[in-house]
Design a protein around this ligand. Structure first.
Ligand SMILES: N[C@@H](CCC(=O)N[C@@H](CS)C(=O)NCC(=O)O)C(=O)O
Length: 149
């Protein structure tokens, strides 16, 4: 692990990757807090403890939080895979950092746009901008390994 961390690009990737995982935890915490505030629980044992309807799985804001979280899972997990492999292909630090930073900022904007229901197409644009470094990393990885196909 110590040897891996000497790879500056990998360390930079780890920094942004961990921040993004923490961002996902924050969305999970927000979802839980909204459930408590609105007494919109998915499970009867939670209702028994906190009150509310036995099942309330249709609260619009809880569902919004859940969609934001699912979209993070769809996008941040692939980033964690691509970023780790890309870091091993020997990119320059400045260019790699730009990839990670663009993805990070765009995903933060995506979450903010989702949770605050910002005017369209803010969320979609954030999604598209975040895809650009991912596609770039995927292509560079493929170019690095194509001879092994
Ligand atoms: N699973 C996504 C795939 C496409 C996607 O991620 N679109 C972005 C930009 S429109 C999004 O924020 N989708 C909303 C969502 O996944 O809840 C969907 O169903 O929309």
């Amino acid at each position: 692990m110590a040897a891996l961390m000497k790879n500056q690009v990998f360390s930079c990737f780890v920094f942004y990757g961990v921040l993004l995982v923490m961002k996902m935890y924050i969305i999970a915490i927000i979802t839980g807090q909204v459930r408590l505030r609105k007494k919109a629980f998915a499970n009867p044992e939670d209702t028994l403890r906190h009150g509310g309807l036995q099942y309330h799985r249709q609260d619009p804001y809880v569902e919004r939080c859940r969609r934001a979280h699912i979209n993070d899972i769809e996008n941040i997990l692939p980033f964690l895979f691509l970023g780790a492999i890309y870091s091993m292909t020997g990119p320059g630090l400045a260019v790699a950092r730009l990839h990670f930073l663009i993805f990070f900022l765009a995903r933060v904007l995506h979450s903010v746009a989702y949770l605050f229901a910002l005017q369209a197409p803010t969320r979609s644009l954030a999604y598209i901008v975040a895809q650009i470094p991912c596609i770039s990393m995927a292509l560079q990885i493929l170019m690095a390994v194509w001879q092994y196909a």
